[in-house]
Write a protein that binds this ligand. Structure first.
Ligand SMILES: Nc1ncnc2c1ncn2[C@@H]1O[C@H](COP(=O)(O)OP(=O)(O)OP(=O)(O)O)[C@@H](O)[C@H]1O
Length: 291
């Protein structure tokens, strides 16, 4: 199993025994969703307030505050090592799995701080799905890859229908509908990544995090993933880390520019960032003067 597959398995492994009383006092973030009422499109779904992250004594993110709007694509760009992936992993608490990592500050999902003691990270990750850089299907059939999250959650429902709908939403159904029993590993790289997207959306998350989802793909497969991301934003809030500035400009509504040292230098509408940024450092970065 690759590191990515292990990460995905580990992220889903429940730390709770649902039969214990302890479960009763744990808060599924979804409960706070309904408690906070419906949100309108464009309202912030994720709100970071003064987030700092350290790996041992090295600070990777400094005082990050930003609001990620609903049903839009928000891109995180910046040079290598500036903390983009670290920030993404704050949102679904994947940094919890890195021993050296320490997160301070508040990270709200629809008004609930995901770092509160009563939040179960496994429940959180059902609300906040993730797609990694390299496609990482499990060594299972296409069907079982998509149904995986439903099965481990013992979710009720018509699995056949959910698998079909998820594959349709991931723009893969037509290519695989006659081979659902074959291994996900037999698909092309681009198909594998769309399978991973189908797996991420099957449990019906609210937010989908994507860490350079097209960087391992050829231009045709990349273009399909980009079209898909724009479509997904009609139903989900998408946050994408990308090294590719043209990609950020093409598909995102909002762009956050991180620079070396883990500083969020500018966060604004994508058009503004690329056409008329406030900061000279951002201008220099997007015009290729460094990075
Ligand atoms: N597991 C880890 N342990 C220790 N340090 C880490 C770990 N992960 C990241 N870092 C450090 O934190 C900083 C930010 O890394 P991160 O991967 O978040 O940046 P990034 O902007 O996503 O980089 P890239 O674009 O190269 O993927 C870097 O200095 C990196 O070396």
């Amino acid at each position: 199993m690759t590191d990515n597959q292990k990460q995905e398995y580990a992220a889903d492994e429940s730390t709770d025994d649902p039969t214990t009383d302890d479960m009763a006092i744990r808060t599924d973030v979804s409960e706070s969703v309904s408690a906070s009422g419906p949100t309108t499109s464009g309202a912030p779904v994720v709100r970071a307030e003064n987030v700092d992250v350290w790996y041992n004594d090295d600070q990777a993110l400094q005082d990050i505050s930003l609001e990620i709007p609903e049903n839009q694509v928000t891109a995180m760009i910046g040079p290598s090592g500036c903390g983009k992936s670290t920030f993404l992993r704050c949102i679904n608490r994947m940094n919890d799995m890195i021993d050296a990592a320490r997160v301070e500050g508040d990270l709200h999902l629809r008004g609930k701080n995901v770092y509160d003691d009563d939040v179960d990270p496994v429940a959180l990750r059902r609300r906040v799905g993730m797609v990694f850089q390299s496609p990482n299907p499990f060594p299972k059939s296409i069907y079982d890859n998509v149904a995986y999250g439903l099965k481990i959650q013992n979710k009720d429902g018509d699995y056949d229908e959910i698998v079909e709908n998820s594959l349709k939403r991931a723009a893969l159904w037509d290519e695989v509908k006659d081979q659902l029993d074959t291994s996900g590993l037999d698909l092309s790289g681009g198909q594998q990544q769309r399978l991973c997207i189908a797996r991420a959306i099957a449990p019906d998350p609210e937010v989908i995090l994507m860490d350079e989802p097209a960087s391992a793909l050829d231009p045709v497969a990349t273009s399909k993933i980009e079209d898909l991301i724009s479509e997904l934003a009609e139903e989900y809030t998408v946050v994408i880390v990308t090294h590719n500035m043209q990609q950020a400009a093409r598909i995102s509504n909002k762009t956050a520019v991180f620079l070396t040292g883990g500083e969020l230098v500018e966060f604004d509408d994508t058009e503004k960032i690329f056409e008329n940024p406030d900061s000279q450092r951002v201008e220099d970065y997007i015009t290729g003067k460094f990075g």
